[in-house]
Design a protein around this ligand. Structure first.
Ligand code: MLT
Length: 404
């Protein structure tokens, strides 16, 4: 008889957002007329910008003719997209990143889950608490996290870095030195941002201690404050200690299209092994590249028209974030996030647990959010709402919450 990867059996429950979807489906079946508003999963609602749609149409037409047809994409991505990203997202900000240090993929979720494969099984990870569950769960699957304690909801071999109201939801440098440090800024789920000076301390710490930072910049498009970096490569020395994950989902609405990028500088080495080479090997072996039509759509994000349209779309979601933030604050809630992020992080009222508040909100206001405890023990007593709904639904949801 074959055996299974027993690490999977260690995973408690199901993936957070699958769990929520099941609960909402059950509520909806029992209350078919309930006008549910979903501000739970960070999924966008606005249509793709016209420049992107145009690029998709024209790429589809190319696929209809032998002369312009495209089969397998290059393993690491089309040059036109890698160059556009290097130029616009990095070089324009003074970051020393070249096109051939950018790997195109089908999204930051896959990359954030897969990247751990190139590290040794004994590497110890450090994560913020609360945290995007993919970082931890994929390391559980790889057998890197030790045993799970259901009481504390923590893994024995993971270094948790609490992100609390006291530290402004930005973790302190860990005393025990990890091998791999996952950082996400602007943060999912708390919406907190890190200043460049603070991030520089992490880069210095990683370089000093021989650790690697896996920096998830999926939400950088929402940054409004000057001193908040859009990339870890704005920090001195990041080329020797950091990998950055980028998404097209949150800045350009690609959640249903799928496109992302991972940046691995060639200076990032473990001894004399370049992590760039390992990731290139993995990509070449396991992946046939994001579709041509999708990469063409991605390139449209960087055209003048694309940039202007996307800016407008982000402003739309930013207005939602402000609406949620102000509305909840006026209703007496303790809220944070929103300023540099599409997420609003609120303290649950009346000593309700995160899941109690989830049920309360669903039943009384028919509004779906995400319980903070689903992101880790320090998320208990908190709740996340996203700004990715329509403006009308966002207003209505806040009105309903105010009324309860
Ligand atoms: C979230 O709601 O946390 C995000 O949608 C998750 C993701 O981007 O995969």
């Amino acid at each position: 008889m074959y055996s299974v990867n027993e690490n999977y059996l260690k995973l408690p429950g199901s993936y957070l957002f699958s769990n929520i979807a099941k609960k909402v489906a059950a509520f909806s079946a029992a209350n078919p007329d309930a006008p549910i508003i979903r501000l739970g999963i960070g999924d966008v609602t606005q249509p793709l910008a016209p420049a992107i749609i145009e690029a998709l149409h024209s790429a589809v037409d190319e696929m209809a003719h032998a002369e312009t047809f495209h089969g397998y994409a290059p393993d690491l991505g089309y040059e036109f997209l890698r160059s556009a990203i290097a130029k616009n997202d990095f070089q324009a900000r003074g970051c020393d990143i070249a096109a051939d240090e950018i790997f195109i993929s089908d999204g930051a979720k896959s990359d954030s889950g897969n990247i751990q494969e190139i590290f040794g099984p004994d590497c110890r990870i450090a994560v913020g608490d609360p945290v995007y569950p993919v970082y931890v769960d994929t390391n559980v699957m790889a057998g890197r996290t030790g045993t799970y304690d259901p009481k504390t909801e923590t893994w024995s071999n993971v270094i948790y870095m609490p992100c609390t109201a006291e530290n402004g939801f930005v973790p302190e440098l860990p005393k025990e030195v990890p091998d791999m440090i996952y950082l996400c800024f602007p943060n999912n789920p708390t919406g907190a941002a890190i200043t460049k000076d603070e991030l520089q301390k992490w880069v210095d710490y990683a370089n000093k201690n021989g650790a690697v930072i896996i920096y998830d910049a999926a939400y950088e498009a929402y940054i409004t404050e000057e001193d908040v970096p859009h990339s870890i490569f704005e920090c001195e020395g990041a080329r020797t200690c950091a990998i950055e994950l980028r998404s097209f989902s949150k800045n350009a609405g690609f959640t249903g299209v799928r496109l992302g990028a991972t940046i691995i500088p060639k200076d990032l080495k473990c001894g004399d092994v370049m992590l760039h080479s390992l990731w290139a090997r993995r990509h070449g072996t396991k992946y046939n590249g994001a579709p041509y039509i999708v990469q063409k759509a991605g390139a449209a994000v960087y055209t003048e028209a694309g940039k202007a349209q996307i800016k407008e779309q982000i402003a739309y979601y930013q207005k939602n974030a402000r609406t949620i933030y102000e509305g909840l604050k006026n209703a007496g809630y303790t809220v944070s996030g929103a300023v540099n992020s599409p997420y609003v992080w609120l303290k649950t009222p009346d000593n309700m647990t995160s899941w109690e508040f989830f049920d309360f909100l669903l039943e009384k206001a028919n509004v779906v959010g995400t319980p903070g405890s689903g992101f880790g023990p320090s998320g208990e007593g908190y709740f996340r709402l996203t700004a990715f709904g329509s403006y009308e639904n966002t207003l209505e949801a806040i009105k309903r919450i105010e009324n309860i």
